[in-house]
Design a protein around this ligand. Structure first.
Ligand SMILES: [Fe+2]
Ligand SMILES: [Fe+2]
Length: 286
């Protein structure tokens, strides 16, 4: 099993690859190629070419949630390769895809825009997908088995009280902006001899809500976690509780990045000798 991070916010200093605020990870397992998120632009495709990885024969695409930095490259990808593949989305994906960011004094993602609501959703719809060879498959189950050793997890329990949704992240429903609960968010799990390796997009529902739900429902040990944790807006005490959880569960492979934030990354580096930034071009083989 091989996992290649095709794009992410960071890259190694000497890398020729492109980095951007976004995430795209390629998983090769069970003789299948699975694309988990598509970054914010076409750059993940260029990176794959630079890494000598063919994306023409992708079998499955999964979109972790409906933000532009995870779905923005989908059009570029389908327009360039148009593979016969399955696009797996949570059943709520298109219902909650009109996503915006409320710019106010709590805005941690400062940008120069003067718009009150900045659109941060997707740039395609079901009709566009219908014009391509990819078939949409909607995920309803808490655990959806995609292949022999691959699972898609969703409908996470939100039982950890300090993992709150970000009130500045909104969805527009019937012309009203309401707080986004990310009901469409999914995570991927791969069975390895060492336990489950979990791949997360942004963990907007909370990284501990995500991991504890998966552990409870599967009864399996979590061997590793890679991807975005959205601790970028977390206070120190929440980051410390996250560190405690990971220590308690003895998670071996810890590769956070994307929306984890510099402060949390520094704290993880100090807390774990085995922590690494899962940056653009990282390859994991288990
Ligand atoms: Fe993100
Ligand atoms: Fe996100």
């Amino acid at each position: 099993m091989k996992i290649t991070t095709l794009i992410e916010n960071t890259k190694e200093k000497d890398s020729n690859l492109i980095n951007e605020h976004g995430l795209s990870i390629l998983i090769e397992v069970d003789n299948k190629k699975i694309l988990f998120d598509t970054g914010a632009s076409a750059s993940f495709i260029n990176n794959a070419k630079d890494l000598n990885i063919s994306l023409k024969d992708i079998d499955h695409i999964l979109l972790s949630h409906g933000h532009y930095d995870h779905c923005g490259g989908l059009r570029n990808f389908l327009d360039e390769y148009n593979p016969d593949c399955t696009l797996h989305l949570h059943k709520d994906f298109f219902k909650v895809c009109d996503k915006s960011y409320l710019n106010d004094e709590n805005n941690v993602f400062s940008n120069d825009t003067c718009e009150k609501y900045r659109y941060i959703g997707i740039d395609f719809d079901e009709n566009y997908i219908g014009s391509k060879n990819a078939e949409i498959s909607l995920i309803k189950e808490d655990i959806y088995k995609l292949s022999h050793s691959l699972y898609v997890f969703s409908n996470f329990e939100k039982s950890i009280d300090y993992e709150k949704r970000n009130e500045n992240m909104k969805i527009k429903i019937h012309e009203k902006y309401v707080t986004d609960n990310f009901t469409e968010e999914i995570a991927l799990g791969i069975d390895t001899p060492k336990g489950l390796l979990i791949i997360v997009g942004c963990s907007h529902v909370g990284i501990l809500n995500t991991l504890s739900t998966i552990e409870k429902r599967t009864g399996k040990k979590i061997y590793g976690v890679i991807g975005g944790t959205h601790l970028v807006e977390a206070q120190e005490d929440r980051i410390l509780k996250t560190i405690d959880y990971i220590k308690e569960k003895n998670i071996d492979l810890i590769g956070f990045s994307h929306c984890t934030g510099e402060k949390a990354v520094e704290m993880f580096k100090k807390a774990f000798h085995n922590f690494f930034i899962n940056s653009t071009g990282t390859i994991i083989e288990v």
